[in-house]
Design a protein around this ligand. Sequence first.
Ligand code: ZN
Length: 705
Amino acid sequence: MIIADLVRLGRIARQVVTDPFDIIQWTTSIADRGARNFYRHVFIVEIARDPSGKDVVWAHPYADWLGTSSTGEEEPALPDQNRACAVPFLLPSGGNPRAPQGAYGVPVYPVYDKDFDEFAAAPEALAQFLRGRLERTVQADNIDDKLRETISAALQPCFAALDRSGREKLLGVIALCDMREGGGPYIYADEAGGNTAQAFHRRIQASGLYPGRFIQGDLRRITAGLSEAKFREGASAGKVSQSKGGHCSFCGQAADVVSCYSKVWPWMTTTWEAPLPEPLGGQDLAEAVALCPECYEALTYGAALVSKTTTPMYTWVVQEIFSPNGSAVAAGGAARRSVDPIYGSAYVLPLQQGGSDTDEAVSEELISAYERKRPEESAAAAHFDRLLGLEYSLPMGLAEDHYRLSILYFSGKPGRADIHLRSHIEDVMPSVAMALHGLLDDVKDYAAEVQLAMNPQTSEKMLAFIRGRYLSLPYLLAKAYGGGGVWQALSAALRRQRLSDGPVVRALGARIREITHKLPDEGWLLRQEVLFYLTFEYFLARYTKEILQSGEVRKVRPWQELRRMMREAPLDALVVQDVEELGFACGQLVGMFSQRYWMQTKKGDEGQDFLRKRVMTFGSSLTPDAVIRRAMLRFADYGARVGMSTGSIHDILERTGVVLNQYAAMEDQVRRDPDRFMLGFWSGYALAGSLASGKQPDIESGGRD
Ligand SMILES: [Zn+2]
């Protein structure tokens, strides 16, 4: 369950992350690139009480916290985090960003372009803006209507004074720094870094009311405000007090509890839609899933952690996921189209043991896994990009089986609370991930080897491309099972469950039937499908044997062995074991005959393609029956027609006779599983090319490339 994971993650994080500065960085937008331009126009309003007890307001002209250093195309840096953390805000996700939303932990509010115009025109617009927000702000109870009017009147000229002649859209932030007695998050400092400064204080700017003094933020009070605001948001979608029997769904304690709803975690809607019983409306979420203040805070932390580790899947993997699995031609088009991104986020949790989670050392390591730079810098991390289709590094310290890895995949626009959860893969054992990781190394080498066998002229660049693709588990599985089956297959593979090649054989069969209508022109595409088929079967056999450690592995003879048998074995040792090997044997023979046919009919640089010319005439499909009746049974006849001497194809004819006998014995099996026969056939056919042992480098697939 995602939400339970987030609460656990957050609880672990809370043991380690204690500095309020870090907490603010984690749980607000101040370190997000999308938020930095708001710090271009920072409007600080200083509110104090004069010696006579009267409230005074000083609106500072806006300050640009990004500085002017950015020249030309260079993106501005993030605002100074030490300063920004005293003026933090959370960019709204979903809804109208200009309308007041959720709850505010401190009186700090982002301002959008249209607001600038309206505020410059009339202080009433500002007053209305502030009213809607102050009502929702945790630590702003002592700003009454009268004071709010005073603030608006003082602040309005700062907006009116702005030069709006430029075309660019303006963004800003208003911070009401209430310096009066009463426990708000802002206090005066006497001088720069003076003796009143604490580690949890951050200076914002010089006072406009008291020369020599500075406005500073108390980060502890700010985090307290933020945390309370979150809890209020949860309460807005449902609340049960302790006296009415409220108890926390996660830690079980009796407490005032609220729903899991949160503005910072737009996924709540997605992740809770399913388990929510129908009759429960928006206000009653707390009846279904309730959190105490501590668990709610942990949820906030955990959600922030996972959000920050979210990365897009590699585009080429996503393209494969969205490409039509049953059609090779359509799939080729899909690869060129742009696709909507899929995002992923991976996280590790310790196995739950008797309730309590982890000691501090473990927590630290776990948290470092989320500070993305650290594991990447460190060599002591397992890079699981090839397993997940996105950047992810697991620190070696966590690569043990008392941890479990989970991965969330989703698409949509998280910023607009529009999220489609595609998959939540839980409970992945690091040892299984490591084993798969190693297996994929062999898979990619195998793919390159098959490619070279089919076409020894393959360029280094193409080989590198092939290795890159076949190293990726999501790519392999997307090509095998299509967009409809890839998530289930990925989950099964990562969790050490059975994978079947039934759907793969059917989809590949359909793709190859389509391609063969266009032979020999589409010879390259055909070889790509053969490459995929052989490589996938290799992966599956190794996976079943080594990862599943299952006894039901189908004995697959390596293609090298089959090829050697077809070419060199004495006739009585020429024995196939199943339908697929039978197909392979037929493919080898047709391939070998095609080469002779091509040579025999060669005029200039070109010979004739046997399959196209004699077998698949008039666009007919190639079936097992056609392979036998229209090709193999007529080798001697067609050979004679183009002037081959019987002696020159004697060996092929003898071997054909042996295979045809075995076909007769297996005909029923072939009829039951024609796809597997044909996949074997095309594999054998494509791999016959290299038998030319270098003399005819370009004649594999029986003709031109
Ligand atoms: Zn709790």
